[in-house]
Design a protein around this ligand. Sequence first.
Ligand code: BMA
Length: 312
Amino acid sequence: MNNHIVKRYKGNPILTKKDVPYPVETVHNAGVTKYQNKYIMLFRSHKRNGRSIIGIAESEDGYKFSVHKEPFLAPSTKGIFAEYEEYGVEDLRISNIDNEYLLTYSAYSRHGVRVALAKTKDFKNVEKISLITEADYRNVVIFPEKFDDGRYARLDRPHSEISPWSIWISYSPDLIHWGDSRIVMKPVTYHWDEMKIGPGATPLKTDQGWLHIYHGVFPTMDGAVYRLGVALHDLKDPAKILGISDEWILAPIDPWEITGYVHNVVFTCGAVKEDNGTIKIYWGGADTVMCVGEANTKELINLCLNNKRNPY
Ligand code: BMA
C-alpha cells in the first residue's frame, strides 16, 4: 500500500467556512497556483441556497491562507454567461501560460454543466472569455504550455452512456475553438476508479513528462468513494500516456474527508511543484474543507512508470 505517498499536513484542514468572512457552507475543490511569490487559492463554496461561488485566499507558505473579504467569481447576471451560470460556478482550475492565468470552471444551468474560460493577470480583475464546451462536460485542465504545433491542449471529461466519464484531450489555436479530440484514459473494471475518472490538478511539467493528478470513483453500497490517482503524459505529445499508477495515491482517511457535505471524498483541482523536488497537492475533503499534503515528484513518476495500469 502507498498511504505514505502523499504526506498529509498535520494542520489539516487548512481552510474551512469559519475562515470565510461572508456566509458560506463549504470551502473545497480549489485551484491553486503561485503568483508573485505567494500561493493563490481559488476555492469553491456552497451558499445556503446550494449553489456555488468561487472565493480567493492567499498565503506566504502554502499552508496558512487568509481569505479576501469578497468572493472572486460569481455567476454573471447578464449576457451569455448568465444563462449558463444560473445554478452556480464550481471547481476552478488555474493554468499559468504566457504571463496570464487561465481559469476554467464548471458552469451549471438548466441546460446542463459546461466549462467556462476566464483570464486574469493579477487576481483582481477577471475577464470571462468564452464557454468552451457544450453540456455535459466538467473538469477542464489546460496544459500550462503551448505545444510544437503552436496549439494549446486541454484534458477534459465528457460523459456518454456508452463510455462513461473518461478523460479526453482536445487542442485549440486560440483557447476558444477546441477540436482534434481523442480519448486518453478510461475507468478500469473492478478497479478503484471503475465508475468514473476526471482530470484533477493542472498538469505539472517534470523532466520525464507531464504529471497529472486525477480523481477516480468507485461505487459502493454506501455511495461513491472519490480517490486520487496519477498519470504521466509525454512532454511533446500529451495525448500519449507514458504510464498510470495502478494504485491510488490518496483516499479519504481523515475524519473531515470521511464525513461532511458529501462523505468519502478527496477531490483535487490544484497542485504546486516546488523547487525542492516535492509537490504540494491541495484537495477538498468531503466537499466541505480544504486540505494539503506533500508528495515527492520522483516517487509519483516511478509509480506511473513501474506499477502501471492500462489507459483503457
Ligand atoms: C463530483 C463533483 C465534484 C464533487 C464530487 C463529490 O461529481 O460534483 O465537485 O467534489 O462530485 O461530491
